[in-house]
Design a protein around this ligand. Structure first.
Ligand SMILES: [Mn+2]
Length: 317
């Protein structure tokens, strides 16, 4: 099967297309590389997140590479490239996961910051495997989400968007004690999942904690927990971590979540700290004619990269 990516009709921010190939990326001095993962066969709820990468690229056409907030040209400074999409094979989740893992692995091994655009929230499973194999040391994981996604299996299947936390917790060099969930709320979560999370020692900052402590304090604690003794940091932004009022374009919108400003503040703090790779998942343009959710996804990327530049460049790996 074909594992290489092909050029999209238009790229993120008009960035050059470069195949997801570690050697090619390294030769160009790439510091940040985006790869779409248009996969929604892992979704237990509404489909449509396969259109997420297209929606993000479409929204980015409104913007230029200069990011005012940090006085930085993202294309120049990061030599940002768009690697297109991991090739998807119809009706074969296994082959799709292999392609996603391959693309993620090439970008991670190039040393660039990987920006992975889903797709449903099962894509961290192949991404996490790629990161795990490429990281000699330990990994920390921070996820923004309304839901714990900590169901060990769904109808006997282990690779849905309701099980990504469990599959990551099983990686040999990701200690669940370095896993942090932020923004958890609501009745789509089950007691069984909460018991799993507690038993593994995964830290949960529920929405109520963010309301009481404030996002800055929560992020300081989250970064300390995920960063304790780890050499790489993986951050996953599920769009439903954000309040449905700000991010309706998601497969399972939930009220009462993070505001746009809070998720941007969080992205900036993570950028300043240094992030090895990050993803944005469950972006579902069909449910959001306004396009605001895809624009917020652009802002998360701009702010995380911009803040990392402002704080003396990307994390050295
Ligand atoms: Mn999720």
């Amino acid at each position: 099967m074909k594992l290489t990516s092909s050029p999209p009709p238009f790229t993120f921010l008009g960035a050059p297309f470069v195949e997801a190939d570690a050697k090619l990326l390294k030769e160009r001095g790439t510091k940040a590389a985006l790869l779409g993962m248009p996969y929604d066969m892992g979704g237990i709820w509404r489909t449509g997140t396969a259109d997420g990468p297209r929606g993000l690229r479409d929204a980015s056409r409104q913007y230029g590479p200069y990011f005012f907030d940090d006085d930085v040209d993202l294309l120049e400074t990061f030599k940002l490239v768009d690697c297109g999409n991991a090739p998807m094979v119809p009706a074969s989740p296994e082959k799709c996961r292999a392609a996603m893992k391959h693309g993620a692995s090439e970008i991670i091994r190039s040393g660039a910051t990987g920006i992975f655009i889903g797709g449903d929230h099962s894509i961290p499973i192949p991404i996490g495997q790629a990161l795990s194999e490429a990281t000699p040391g330990k990994i920390g994981y921070i996820v923004f989400d309304a839901n714990m996604d900590a169901e060990e299996e769904v109808d006997g299947e282990r690779f849905s968007n309701w099980s990504e936390a469990c599959r990551l917790a099983e990686l040999p060099n990701l200690d669940p004690k370095n896993m942090v969930m932020i923004g958890i709320r609501g009745s789509l979560n089950t007691r069984r999942q909460f018991e799993y999370v507690k038993s593994k020692g995964i830290t949960v900052f529920a929405m109520r904690d963010i309301i009481e402590l404030g996002i800055v304090e929560v992020m300081n604690r989250a970064i300390a927990i995920a960063g304790a003794g780890t050499d790489a940091l993986y951050v996953s932004f599920d769009t439903d971590g954000v309040d449905a009022a700000y991010a309706p374009g998601t497969s399972g919108p939930e009220p009462g979540g993070l505001t746009s400003r809070e998720i941007i503040t969080a992205a900036r703090m993570l950028g300043r700290h240094g992030v090895t790779i990050f993803d944005i998942v469950e972006l579902c343009p069909a449910y959001d004619p306004s396009g605001i959710t895809a624009r917020l996804a652009c802002y998360i990327i701009f702010n995380l990269l911009g803040a990392s530049h402002a704080a003396n460049g990307l994390q050295a790996r």
